[in-house]
Write a protein of this length. Structure first.
Length: 441
């Protein structure tokens, strides 16, 4: 094992602060030294990066790769063989891959409409799951995954990587210990400079793409040439917009830092303002949440204007009755008193955050969250973002989108986040599925 990997692993263990004796951990079947075999589902862009990170981990094998695009599949297989020295087996259909007996766990980085259905299939096949955010396309799917983890007795971790960043963990503890007094408001933001996607033409899918399988659980729509591989994010049928594509991260940190679960009120405004094209989800959006304990959080997303806020393109600020804390998107934080005097400046010891769509915060930081997943499978750690936390943090931007599409305001049940007295809005709590692809526990 290299010194860098030793450092990464030891930092993750120390940062997590939670080591469980194997006999106390409910997910058995692994000794700490056993190999974990991973299956990769969706390996274009972010999925390709994740596959490489898993393949570099000690005693972890990316044994199987699944993608509906033959070119992407071939590229990933070749790269993993180069990285690990062993050629993984390729699949186009995740259902076939899940029949592999030597497969221990999968990660899912396919389009959003695939996240929850693929996770449920994996749990039912007896596999552990690492699912990229958002964990679901709609709130109903998130609730199903929470139930499924309990029913099938396997682990489900959502890719909220900041949950495993050592300095962010330190910041969360400092908040709970009262470093800024009572935090009563938090603000998060994300900014990018995305270009227009134009008006797509209805054409035949490329021969290397199985578009029918790409749609999978989603009711069938015609292929158009501005959809695959990335722009599906901006179509409600398959994607979830910037609020879930990126806002999930900031909302998760704000919810975590303030000890919040479900809101009582959600207000959202925004739209497709920057360009006129096929983009359906908002490119500009604000969402404000109120909670029963007299606190509030807000998130602002700007997909098409990357002007920094507080000097960075994404981040979180906590406001308390004794001071302020800023976390500028990576593994650093600062604390100010009520006179705006800097009283604490904490910088990461790992690396500078690399803010890219594919690499997230960079390989070393992001690998900590993957390592936490692997060590939890082995029974040595506890998941830093189990599906119940992933669902709560995914539900917040989902409620923001539902509010935006239904008059701007929702009142919610603080015990579970369910929408109150709004039948129209509740129609977006779930979705219709292609026949035969319904999610069933």
């Amino acid at each position: 094992m290299s010194k860098r990997r030793d450092f990464m692993k030891n930092t993750a263990l120390a940062g997590a602060g939670i080591l469980l004796a194997p006999e106390l951990f409910p997910f058995k079947g692994f000794s700490p030294n056993e190999k974990v075999v991973i299956g990769a589902v969706g390996t274009n862009s972010r999925g390709f990066f994740l596959a490489r990170m898993f393949a570099k981990m000690p005693n972890v094998e990316v044994g199987f790769v699944c993608d509906v695009d033959e070119k992407v599949l071939e590229k990933t297989i070749a790269d993993i063989e180069k990285v690990s020295g062993k050629k993984p087996k390729g699949y186009k259909d995740v259902r076939k891959m899940l029949e592999e007996k030597d497969l221990d766990a999968i990660f899912i980085a396919a389009p959003d409409h695939w996240h929850a259905p693929a996770a449920l299939m994996a749990l039912q096949a007896g596999k552990h799951v690492y699912v990229e955010k958002p964990c679901s396309h709609n709130p109903s799917e998130g609730e199903i995954l929470v139930q499924a983890m309990a029913k099938y007795g396997k682990l489900v971790q959502m890719g909220s990587q900041r949950r495993s960043f050592p300095k962010v963990q330190e910041a969360m503890k400092a908040l709970k210990d009262g470093i800024i007094g009572r935090p009563y408001f938090a603000r998060g933001w994300y900014a990018n400079n995305r270009k227009p996607i134009g008006v797509g033409k209805k054409v035949a899918p490329p021969s290397h793409l199985d578009f029918d399988l790409w749609q999978g659980p989603a009711p069938r729509r015609e292929y158009q040439d501005n959809l695959v591989h990335y722009n599906w994010h901006w179509f409600w049928h398959w994607g979830t917009g910037e609020a879930l594509n990126n806002g999930t991260h900031e909302l998760d940190v704000m919810r975590w830092g303030m000890g919040l679960d479900y809101p009582v009120k959600v207000v959202s405004a925004g739209g497709r303002f920057a360009y006129q094209d096929d983009w359906e989800t908002p490119d500009t959006q604000t969402i404000t949440y109120e909670f029963a304990n007299n606190t509030s959080i807000t998130w602002e997303g700007r997909s098409c204007n990357g002007f920094n806020s507080e000097g960075v393109g994404r981040g979180v600020i906590f406001y308390g009755d004794k001071g302020t804390m800023t976390i500028p998107g990576g593994d650093d934080y600062k604390v100010y008193d009520l006179e705006n005097k800097l009283v604490k400046d904490v910088k990461t010891e790992l690396q500078e955050a690399q803010r890219t769509n594919t690499m997230g915060m960079g390989e070393l930081l992001d690998s900590l969250h993957l390592n936490n997943f692997i060590e939890s499978i082995r029974g040595k750690e506890k998941l830093n973002c189990p599906i119940i936390e992933g669902h709560k943090s995914t539900l917040l931007p989902q409620l923001g989108n539902i509010a935006l599409r239904n008059g701007g305001v929702l009142n919610c049940d603080s015990s579970n986040g369910h929408i109150l007295k709004n039948k129209t809005a509740m129609k977006l709590w779930g979705r219709e599925y292609e026949k035969g692809w319904e999610m069933k526990l």
